[in-house]
Ligand binder design. Structure first.
Ligand SMILES: Cc1cc2nc3c(=O)[nH]c(=O)nc-3n(C[C@H](O)[C@H](O)[C@H](O)COP(=O)(O)OP(=O)(O)OC[C@H]3O[C@@H](n4cnc5c(N)ncnc54)[C@H](O)[C@@H]3O)c2cc1C
Ligand SMILES: *[C@@H]1O[C@H](CO)[C@@H](O)[C@H](O)[C@H]1NC(C)=O
Ligand SMILES: *[C@@H]1O[C@H](CO)[C@@H](O)[C@H](O)[C@H]1NC(C)=O
Ligand SMILES: *[C@@H]1O[C@H](CO)[C@@H](O)[C@H](O)[C@H]1NC(C)=O
Ligand SMILES: *[C@@H]1O[C@H](CO)[C@@H](O)[C@H](O)[C@H]1NC(C)=O
Ligand SMILES: *[C@@H]1O[C@H](CO)[C@@H](O)[C@H](O)[C@H]1NC(C)=O
Ligand SMILES: *[C@@H]1O[C@H](CO)[C@@H](O)[C@H](O)[C@H]1NC(C)=O
Length: 471
């Protein structure tokens, strides 16, 4: 089936790069997936369009050529969504967008146009020397495509909102194969829907972002002994819950558990988007005795250039909560109770991280994106639970235990009246339901827009990877 579809692509899209199983190019793309759950899937061919019209004709073939009738396809960016099948497909076709990774700026550097397959490092390396940046991902290896379409949490978000809120335009291939611009005057509903709608509306080929000014920033990490957790939680809650949030502060506090050594440690990244080594906002955190401190003033494209992790199984899970040091204390106890004696062959590392989602962050995009978040939610905290482990035979066991951690944490929050709706798609497990969490108005809007731009539900059916509006 899919082999004939791959031949049809070769016939109807002259010049399109197509790699087949066994080839060096195919192996290289497969090896580039961040998680083993993704790299273990084997598409019948991988296509790598290099210009928008090539991407459009490939979609036309995939959607309407009889040889492709029962063939599914996946859209691949920089592969940082860990769940299997989100950006790869077993037996179908994978569209690798990394052939379109060019970054350009307009004359006054106020707008950056970014090929949808670029990594954030591509963007930062290009813009840093100009004193500009885009409010994008923190780790440079992450893709512009997936992160932006799911929202996007950036160091600059307290200043400008989610990454998607800084878009002025997107160029995309619709289910019909038509190449269109979505912006505030051209297909404005599609423009809004795409900001949080993930891959449900088409294949995005270019993002045009408003830039932000940047010089160097406070970057690096701080590690504290687990016995100091209450002091760290209290410092974190002071920052995240502040009535006047310091918009330059962007902090992640992570609880790390190593199942082999049976030890917890606290690992924070207190970033400040100005070149200040000891910003006042971090005084209470810095007063806590630390085990290691790698904080420094750095250029974003240097700090974001993190070394790659080895091939591992990964899971992400998420939840959103009210801000309270007491809640975090209780959550820690619930997490420790659930995880402490869990182990698998070759061990597992858990990282339960908390990040502020203050009202200054949700204000710019309220009702302009489809995420459903707004300042009326109050200052909040987003949790990202990650698990990483080598033993693929344990995947089911880990999934079950991670689900137990998340429900234990949610239970604690519920008891304190601090549970919030928002399930951030970019941090969610495949079994979670981010769209439902956006609220009724947004879900209705997303579904209506999907019906308008893809009346036959082609994307819902043929692009099974990721969160689906119909599912
Ligand atoms: C190490 C690490 C650091 C992270 N840091 C951050 C962070 O700082 N802030 C944050 O908000 N999130 C962060 N994330 C989460 C990240 O936003 C998601 O994993 C996101 O999905 C990654 O996008 P990608 O393009 O790299 O991934 P992919 O796995 O390639 O794609 C993810 C999804 O987006 C779809 N997609 C990708 N490109 C397109 C396109 N052009 N058109 C249509 N659909 C497309 C894919 O089909 C897939 O379903 C991080 C994740 C990791 C693993
Ligand atoms: C690609 O990987 C396959 C399977 O591991 C291997 O058989 C093949 O030789 C590789 N191809 C190249 C060109 O390295
Ligand atoms: C919006 O799309 C229209 C139609 O393609 C285009 O002419 C216009 O330049 C776009 N606006 C922006 C801000 O990109
Ligand atoms: C976990 O602990 C074991 C045993 O102390 C150690 O060998 C391993 O490096 C640790 N793993 C990580 C990721 O820190
Ligand atoms: C971490 O601890 C060291 C040693 O006490 C101290 O010099 C340093 O200032 C601390 N780091 C921060 C960010 O306060
Ligand atoms: C990222 O770091 C590697 C070495 O660790 C270097 O070779 C590469 O040029 C760096 N990339 C950028 C964009 O600075
Ligand atoms: C985690 O739970 C274990 C087992 O109940 C307990 O021994 C340990 O002290 C707890 N860890 C912390 C830091 O509270």
């Amino acid at each position: 089936m899919a082999v004939a579809c791959c031949s049809a692509l070769a016939t109807h899209c002259p010049g399109l790069a197509i790699s087949l199983p066994g080839s060096a190019a195919y192996n290289l793309t497969e090896a580039s997936y961040w998680s083993l759950q993704e790299s273990n899937l084997q598409p019948s061919c991988i296509i790598t369009p290099s210009v928008p019209h090539e991407a459009a004709s490939a979609v036309q073939v995939l959607v309407s050529n009889p040889a492709c009738e029962h063939v599914e396809f996946a859209i691949k960016g920089r592969t940082h969504a860990p769940a299997g099948g989100f950006a790869n497909n077993n037996g179908g076709v994978t569209i690798d967008m990394t052939g379109m990774s060019t970054v350009t700026v307009n004359d006054d550097h106020s707008l950056a146009s970014v090929g949808a397959g670029a990594s954030w490092l591509d963007v930062y390396a290009y813009l840093d020397p100009l004193g500009k940046s885009v409010a994008g991902g923190r780790n440079g290896a992450v893709g512009v495509g997936g992160l932006t379409l799911g929202g996007g949490i950036s160091y600059f978000s307290p200043q400008v909102g989610f990454t998607c809120d800084t878009l002025v335009n997107m160029e995309l291939v619709l289910a019909s194969g038509e190449l269109v611009n979505a912006n505030s005057t051209s297909h404005p509903n599609l423009f809004r829907a795409l900001k949080g709608g993930t891959n449900n509306f088409g294949l995005v080929t270019r993002f045009d972002f408003t830039t932000v000014p940047i010089s160097k920033i406070l970057a690096g990490g701080l590690v504290n002994d687990i016995s100091h957790r209450s002091a760290v939680f209290s410092a974190f809650a002071g920052i995240a819950g502040a009535k006047h949030y310091d918009v330059h502060a962007s902090i992640v506090v992570g609880l790390l558990f190593n199942s082999t050594s049976n030890t917890w440690v606290l690992s924070s990244t207190p970033i400040y988007t100005l070149p200040e080594l000891r910003p006042k906002v971090y005084e209470p955190l810095f007063a806590v005795p630390n085990i290691s401190d790698t904080l420094e003033i750095a250029a974003l494209h240097v700090f974001a250039n993190e070394s790659a992790t080895p091939p591992l199984n990964w899971q992400f899970w998420t939840g959103t909560y009210g801000v309270s040091a007491n809640l975090l204390d209780k959550m820690f106890d619930a997490i420790n109770t659930t995880l402490y004696s869990f182990d698998i062959p070759e061990g597992i590392l858990w990282d339960i991280a908390f990040e502020p989602l203050p009202t200054v962050f949700t204000a710019p995009g309220a009702l302009k994106n489809s995420l459903g978040t707004s300042p009326s939610d109050g200052n909040s905290v987003v949790m990202l639970l990650s698990a990483l482990w080598p033993d693929s035979a344990s995947n089911g066991k880990v999934h079950k235990r991670a689900a137990e951690v998340v429900s234990a944490v949610n239970e604690v929050a519920k008891e304190m009246g601090l549970e919030k709706e928002f399930v951030y798609a970019n941090y969610a497990d495949w079994s979670q339901q981010p769209f439902e969490s956006y609220g009724e108005e947004s879900v209705r809007f997303l579904k209506k827009t999907a019906r308008k731009y893809d009346e036959h539900g082609v994307i819902q059916r043929k692009v099974p990877g990721g969160f689906k509006l119909s599912g």
